[in-house]
Design a protein around this ligand. Structure first.
Ligand code: 1GP
Length: 262
């Protein structure tokens, strides 16, 4: 299965796709199996797997469990070159285009490329844009790059356009995992109105209402991670999925695409 086309299909069918990020450091064993099943029965469209830091989690095992438990795709969201696994369905081939750290723009990609070729992994070239989100996030600290100021959406637009013109197939507007505040709606709107490729929004989304707002602002894919690391929140996975799936969920039919004035 071509995962990029799968995601485009979900976006066109449901209005937007909902992906859950699994950090192998945070969940494993039976809890992981239970979580994956719960996500599938709640309408989640797939999984991202990875993290800025990998302390003791096992990425390969996590992906294997996903493959055993569901038919949903497992896409690597790499925090580093050690996070390339042959079991995955695809890898977000990220370039941290908001930063000026050459290691994260192209250096690590060169190191990972031969492995990706050997594993015959599908790559989804993605312009990764870090946005200021209230405090320093792990992604910002580890990558040694400055995020785009939240009140400068025009910088995000120019950055996203440059990524698109370089051939990237998706733009990831990232507040950073556990962000205090998510990427501003206004920035999502301006970026999605200006690029032709799907915009992913993630980082600090903790309610179905916020997820829905990001879709109404123009995001085509919503990613949440932290919020469902707490098992007490699992009951609301379906609520999040329904909120993201603006075209198909009965009670969300009123959603409208953002009006672009350009
Ligand atoms: C992080 O965008 C993802 O890369 C998810 O963020 O963990 O804050 O939901 P959260």
């Amino acid at each position: 299965m071509n995962i990029y086309n799968y995601l485009l299909g979900k976006i066109s069918e449901k209005g937007a796709a909902y992906l859950i990020l699994i950090d192998p450091d945070k969940i494993s064993g039976e809890k992981l199996s239970g979580f994956i099943k719960k996500c599938e029965s709640s309408g989640v469209d797939g999984f991202l797997v990875g993290g800025s830091l990998m302390m003791n989690g096992n990425l390969g095992n996590t992906i294997s469990v996903i493959k055993e438990q569901t038919s949903l795709p497992a896409v690597i969201f790499p925090g580093g070159i050690s996070q390339v696994s042959p079991n995955a369905d695809a890898i977000l081939f990220l370039s941290l285009v908001s930063g000026r750290n050459p290691e994260h723009l192209i250096g690590k990609q060169i190191m990972a490329a031969p492995m990706i070729k050997a594993y015959n992994l599908e790559t989804i070239p993605t312009g990764y844009i870090l946005v200021e989100s209230g405090s320093v996030t792990t992604a910002e600290y580890i990558s040694g790059s400055r995020p785009i100021p939240r009140n400068k959406p025009e910088i995000a637009v120019a950055t996203a356009l440059a990524a698109q013109y370089l051939g990237m197939k998706m733009i990831y507007l990232e507040g950073g995992s556990g962000a205090q505040i998510p990427v501003p709606d206004e920035m999502i709107k301006l970026v999605s109105c200006n690029v032709d490729v799907p915009v992913i929004a993630g980082g600090g989304i903790r309610s179905a209402r916020e997820a829905r707002q990001k879709v109404e602002s123009g995001a085509s894919i919503i990613v949440t991670g932290n919020y469902f690391e707490d098992e007490d929140n699992w009951h609301s996975i379906k609520e999040f999925a329904d909120a993201v799936h603006v075209k198909t969920a009965e009670h969300h039919r009123t959603a409208e695409a953002p009006v672009c004035n350009n």
